[in-house]
Design a binder for this molecule. Structure first.
Ligand SMILES: Nc1nc2c(ncn2[C@@H]2O[C@H](COP(=O)(O)OP(=O)(O)OP(=O)(O)O)[C@@H](O)[C@H]2O)c(=O)[nH]1
Ligand SMILES: [Mg+2]
Length: 434
């Protein structure tokens, strides 16, 4: 293994804690640690109780190849701010360098312990709060769609091989033995790619919270419903139609899935300029949502055309008939009876929301990383060019350029090809000490 300078950081969260872990990684990790410890040696992979200078008692563990793929020493000492700083300072004085954000994981990547998408999954795992976020991160860390990408890559390589066959024979003006095979391969590839790309909507929503727009006419009880759903007086409620003008956001986790509610201004034509802007925002919120909760005031006449007019294309729609506590109300077909005021039917809404997204959320392969999404879009674009070129009878060497382009972008995901810019960008988002 190449010589590497030795980096050091506190790997536990900043602040006071019961224990703080100081991690050293690099060629001199062991020597640097031993210079301060009360013991003459550290047996590999064994916890050794010792003293660190005059500062503190510590438990030291030496791993000849740790997480980073290099010699690593982890020192657990007391989590006092003073002790943490003093231990760091002592190690830096002896020649260690303070690690940058994500530098341990960057080394793990450079030493081939993790591919790039796995390294990113480590950051996702650290950030995970809900079971779904955890599941996504773990599946990506364990290889998840890296396997799928590998298959795609192999198919692309097969395609390239076929093309190169044609290039070899180009002097002899041989037509492609089986051009239809090439086209068929391309079509399957396109399909798989499209499915992966399409899964990003769900994957991303699970990671960031599924956006749910609460819409309906003024005074229907949208803000009351938001408050009832999240169990808090989050949005202002009043009997004056047009109360909500800006959009109000609040999150709620149901059955392990986080939903991001967006309460909007009531939908109506208004002469009030501010309210009109609010309605425009409602429309925008619908556009950005994956799910729409349409709230109808049961005390008001129901016009089905109001719903069909909404720009719903493909989004989940849940119909809520609110104010079912009022006497003599009639529930239109397909609506859930709810009283936001009394909290009736709110659980049923939550169940319906969960039922709507749960099947998709359990999909095996879900794309959740925006960087991977962008890269796959570029792969798709390049393959689109190949498809077009094949149709137009463009020479094989030109088609090969686009194929290589596709392979390149695919490679950026797992890091077969990765510029320093890409790496810096990814690892700078990690915390120090990871
Ligand atoms: N009886 C009854 N009244 C309700 C219920 N939900 C809301 N209201 C009342 O309806 C009025 C409007 O409620 P909001 O939650 O402000 O309605 P909104 O849809 O957010 O209204 P805008 O923001 O103006 O579009 C208030 O006076 C609420 O108290 C309900 O379930 N039953
Ligand atoms: Mg409101």
């Amino acid at each position: 293994m190449a010589q590497s300078d030795t980096i050091v950081a506190v790997s536990t969260p900043p602040g006071v804690g019961g224990i703080a872990v100081v991690r050293l990684s690099g060629s001199d990790a062991l020597g640097l640690a031993l210079a301060h410890l009360s013991v003459g040696r550290l047996e590999p992979r064994r916890a050794t109780y010792c003293r660190f200078d005059d500062l503190d008692d510590a438990v030291a563990v030496y791993m000849p190849t740790g997480y980073t793929g290099e010699p690593t020493v982890e020192l657990s000492c007391h989590g006092s701010l003073y002790v943490q700083q003093a231990v760091l300072q002592a190690l830096v004085d002896s020649g260690a360098r303070l690690a940058g954000p994500g530098e341990f994981t960057m080394r793990a990547f450079r030493n081939g312990r993790l591919n790039l998408s796995q390294a990113e999954a480590v950051a996702d795992l650290i950030d995970a709060v809900t079971p779904q976020q955890h599941r996504l991160a773990v599946s990506q860390l364990r290889g998840g769609y890296a396997q799928k990408l590998k298959e795609l890559r192999q198919q692309l390589l097969d395609l390239t091989a076929l093309l190169e066959l044609e290039l070899d024979f180009s002097q002899e003006d041989v037509e492609f033995a089986d051009r239809s095979q090439l086209k068929a391969l391309l079509a399957t590839l396109h399909e798989q790619l499209a499915a992966l790309i399409a899964s990003f909507r769900m994957g991303n929503a699970l990671k960031r919270g599924i956006p749910v727009a609460i819409v309906g006419k003024p005074n229907a009880g949208k803000s009351s419903l938001l408050n009832a759903l999240v169990g808090d007086d989050r949005a202002i409620v009043s009997d004056i139609p047009g109360t909500t003008r800006d959009t109000v956001e609040e999150t709620l986790t149901i059955g392990g899935i986080t939903f991001r509610f967006i309460d909007t201004a009531g939908l109506r034509r208004s002469t009030d300029a501010v309210e009109t802007m609010g309605v425009e925002r409602s429309m925008k919120a619908i556009g950005e949502a994956d799910m729409v909760l349409y709230v109808h005031d049961l005390a008001q006449p129901f016009v089905r055309a109001d719903i069909t007019a909404l720009p719903l294309d493909g989004k989940h729609l849940l119909l809520v008939g609110n104010k079912c506590d009022l006497p003599q109300v009639q529930l239109p077909e397909g609506f859930l009876a709810v009283s936001a005021k009394e909290g009736r039917g709110v659980e049923a809404i939550k169940e319906a929301m969960l039922a709507a997204v749960e099947p998709q959320s359990m999909q095996q392969v879900l794309l959740s990383n925006p960087r991977h999404y962008d890269a796959l879009r570029l792969v798709q674009q390049a393959l689109g060019h190949v498809q077009q070129a094949l149709g137009d009878g463009v020479p094989a060497d030109l088609i090969a350029v686009d194929l290589r382009d596709a392979l390149y972008h695919l490679g950026t995901i797992t890091g077969e090809v990765a510029s320093n810019d890409i790496l810096d960008n990814i690892f700078s988002r990690f915390c120090i000490g990871k």
